[in-house]
Structure formats: C-alpha cells, structure tokens
Ligand binder design. Structure first.
Ligand code: S3P
Length: 173
C-alpha cells in the first residue's frame, strides 16, 4: 500500500483547502488531479471542457490516476467527478486510503457556485445539479473513511480526517 491519502467528494466539499491543511499537518506533499491535468494540457479546465468536451477531460483524469499509482505518502485531492465511473473507486483505493468529504447538497452547491469556474455547473439547473450529486453518492460512499463536513470549516475537517486516519492506523496494528 502506497500510504497516500486520497480525498474525494462533490464540488464545494473543500477537497483542495482541506488537502492543503492536512498535508501541512502530516508533513506530506499535496497533489491535485485538476492541477496535474492543467499542467499537462497547458490550459485551464474550463477551456478543456469547451474545446475538447467532458469525455476528453475524463480520459485525462484516467491518465492522472495511472500517474498517481507512482506516488508515495502524498495527500491527493481529486476532481469531484473523478471517482464516479465504474472501476475508479477501486483504482483509488489501490492508491491509498480514500476519504470522502461528505456533506449536504445545499451548502456544497452554494460553495461550488461561489468559488471558481465549474464547467459541470454550466447550463445545469439546481435540480439537475442535485440529481448529479445523488448519482455520485454511491461512488463516493465506496471510500475507506467518511468525514461529514457540514457545519465545519476546513481546519476542523482536516483535524477530523487526521484523527480518523490515526484511528485506522491504531486498529490496523
Ligand atoms: C468536476 C469537478 C472539478 C473539476 C472539473 C469537473 C466534476 O473539481 O475536476 O471541473 O465533474 O465534478 P472540483 O471538485 O474541485 O470542483
């Protein structure tokens, strides 16, 4: 086991902010699949969606997952849709301990709308975004650990994740 920590969850769950805090706390490197893709393609994700479409973006995510298999001991934040296809939850669990930053739809959606340009919310009504959230939950739920982020700030979530990981290590001994 490569001992990475892999954060998954819907847009707005705080994967990037929590990941950064957690990595600092654990003295690990922080990696984001969205950053890997942006760097490899040389353009931002909204542009990739517009110019090449979602299917191409998902193929780039698959390639990122293959590269993640080389990582050791990192904290990895994934894009919100990355684990949500057949075979991906298993592929992530082979890379490290998968942590689902879960939460109620409304606060996640509000945060996702406020922060940054998210192509998956373009042209989707609130009801359609809710349907996307519901359809993704069974994939996120295959994580090793679930941390409910509702009402917590990123520092508090990172502390909860660190405690859950420590507890898992204790139980494994
Ligand atoms: C996506 C989420 C985004 C990014 C891309 C697609 C999705 O990441 O990977 O826009 O399908 O939910 P965040 O979860 O960090 O917003």
């Amino acid at each position: 086991m490569a001992d990475n920590v892999v954060l998954v969850g819907f847009m707005g769950a705080g994967k990037s902010s929590v990941g950064r805090i957690l990595a600092r706390r654990l003295g690990r490197c922080f990696v984001e699949t969205d950053e890997m893709i942006t760097a490899a393609e040389g353009r931002p994700i909204p542009e990739i969606f517009v110019e090449r479409g979602e299917a191409h973006f998902r193929a780039l995510e698959d390639e990122a997952v293959r590269l993640l298999a080389l990582k050791r001991g990192d904290v990895i934040a994934t894009g919100g849709g990355l684990p949500c296809r057949d075979g991906l939850p298993e592929a992530l669990r082979a890379i490290g301990t998968v942590v689902w930053l879960s939460g109620e739809f409304a606060p996640l959606y509000e945060r996702a709308l406020r922060g940054g340009d998210r192509p998956m919310l373009h042209g989707r009504t609130r009801e359609q975004a809710l349907a996307l959230y519901e359809s993704r939950k069974p994939f996120y739920a295959q994580a090793d650990v679930t941390v409910d982020t509702t009402t917590l700030n990123p520092d508090q979530v990172a502390a909860k994740v660190a405690a859950a990981l420590a507890e898992r290590r204790r139980q494994a001994v």
